[in-house]
Design a protein around this ligand. Structure first.
Ligand code: FE2
Length: 289
């Protein structure tokens, strides 16, 4: 029994396409997968989200697929039901709004149908529990948090917990269970891992995994940022994502944290939407623009 595990695509359709080519190559070699487990954050950040959804459709046509919902899908669904939350073409929300505007009602229905946490059972093998951040919250970070690891490894139905959200790989054991953090295929944020997917394979009744690198043409993707209009619509955020694409550090998190520090020091209290000035000041200080 063999699964491909794909997490945090973030609309990077080129990385996803190459991951699927690798899966196809494995099939030709007689090492085909029996299914694909997707760990959420399919959309936002990279251009043309419809391309990612089209590739996922191709997966559904070829393999049994298992899906969980990421925090990015949560944001899109929340906007669907409460559209007046101030999204605009800006550094704060331009990437989200661009993505939302490229989705159909059917696309939104589909991502809304995904659960936050699923159990995957296969004959004579340990049950797999799959989620994005944690089984309890798509945005919760449990890597290197022993208390949360202890809590969830006690609570889950599976003997193996698969998590995305960290954009870096890792494995930890607790309470006789294993937690595997799947690297990001679309937007890695740790150079030690890069763009990767996992191949999860049963050997003598236990799950073992391999991490497979996934390459794509980053300069070609950069051109798509411009061609799509996302580069203009998402302001500093798009520049952070592009810089992360090339050097695999989390520039968006650093930039937003510094921008908020600058705004707070200035006495800004205007709610959730940070003025562009703080974004550009922070990005300039961090060498992003
Ligand atoms: Fe993510």
């Amino acid at each position: 029994m063999r699964f491909a595990v794909i997490s945090d695509i973030h609309s990077n359709f080129m990385a996803l396409e190459n991951a699927l080519c690798t899966i196809e190559d494995m099939r030709r070699r007689g090492e085909g997968v029996d299914g694909i487990i997707f760990l959420g954050d399919y959309l936002t950040d990279f251009p043309y989200p419809q391309n990612t959804l089209r590739l996922i459709d191709e997966c559904i046509a070829e393999f049994p697929c298992h899906f969980v919902r990421g925090n990015r899908e949560d944001y899109l669904i929340r906007h669907r039901h409460a559209p007046n939350e101030g999204w605009s073409y800006s550094s704060s929300s331009g990437s989200l709004l661009y993505t939302y505007e490229n989705l159909t009602e059917a696309d939104l229905d589909r991502i809304e149908s995904f659960s936050h946490c699923i159990n995957i059972t296969t004959k004579n093998l340990p049950t797999i529990t799959a989620c994005h951040g944690s089984p309890g919250d798509s945005k919760e970070w449990i890597m290197n948090r022993p208390q949360l690891i202890d809590k969830y490894t006690t609570e889950i139905a599976g003997e193996l917990l698969l998590c995305g959200h960290t954009h870096r790989g890792g494995i930890v054991e607790a309470n006789g269970r294993r937690v595997i953090f799947c690297p990001s295929v679309g937007l890695p944020q740790d150079r030690r891992y890069g763009s990767r997917m996992l191949i999860l394979e049963s050997k003598r009744g236990v799950w073992r995994y391999n991490s497979i690198p996934v390459g794509y043409d980053k300069n070609k993707m950069l051109a798509e940022f411009h061609r799509s209009g996302l580069y203009e619509k998402a302001g500093v955020w798009a520049r952070c994502i592009i810089k992360s694409m090339f050097d695999e550090h989390d520039h968006a998190a650093r930039c937003v944290a510094l921008a908020w520090r600058k705004a707070t020091a200035d006495g800004f209290s205007g709610g959730q939407v940070l003025p562009e000035k703080y974004w550009t000041d922070a990005a300039a200080e961090l060498g992003i623009i």
